[in-house]
Write a protein that binds this ligand. Structure first.
Ligand SMILES: [Zn+2]
Ligand SMILES: [Zn+2]
Ligand SMILES: [Zn+2]
Length: 152
């Protein structure tokens, strides 16, 4: 974790931003909940446990800054809530998501499956792909098992 914090600190300072204690508290919460796809409110409530003086506006501005600097990616799973997701180390593009419509679980696919699609988009539409969002909505393995048990 300290390692990742150091790297994020460098990423910020290369853009002339400081990792202030409040920003650091926000980054720590994101690291501790890396799998969780937290909303700004979720992050705020967790940061508040570490830094009670912090306000929602500060957390919100920090999250916006981190997404501008590509430390986090912002995603919406169709429920109108923006969620914040730490960018995986070394990843050029945003990872993909599998969202279960039954239980709401979110699984990540870290491998970029869109290489061929990006090549088509670039050549056919002369569009330079910088990033993408790919979310599959469906039924997870666990919920499929439950459904087949009920039906048999
Ligand atoms: Zn890609
Ligand atoms: Zn499920
Ligand atoms: Zn994710």
């Amino acid at each position: 974790m300290e390692n990742r914090i150091e790297k994020i600190k460098k990423q910020l300072s290369s853009q002339s931003y400081k990792l202030t204690p409040q920003r650091e508290a926000t980054v720590r919460v994101l690291l501790e909940h890396e799998e969780d796809h937290l909303s700004a409110e979720d992050v705020y409530l967790l940061v508040k446990e570490k830094a009670p003086e912090i306000g929602l506006a500060t957390v919100y501005r920090t999250l916006e800054l981190l997404s501008e600097l590509k430390v986090v990616d912002k995603i919406n799973f169709g429920d109108g809530v923006s969620r914040y997701d730490l960018r995986k180390e070394g990843a050029e593009h945003f990872h993909h998501h599998l969202v279960c419509v039954e239980c709401g679980s979110v699984k990540e696919i870290e491998e970029d499956l869109l290489g061929d699609v990006e090549a088509i988009v670039q050549s056919r539409w002369s569009f330079e792909v910088k990033d993408h969002r790919l979310t599959f909505h469906g039924v997870c393995e666990q919920c499929q098992t439950i459904t087949s048990k009920v039906n048999s």
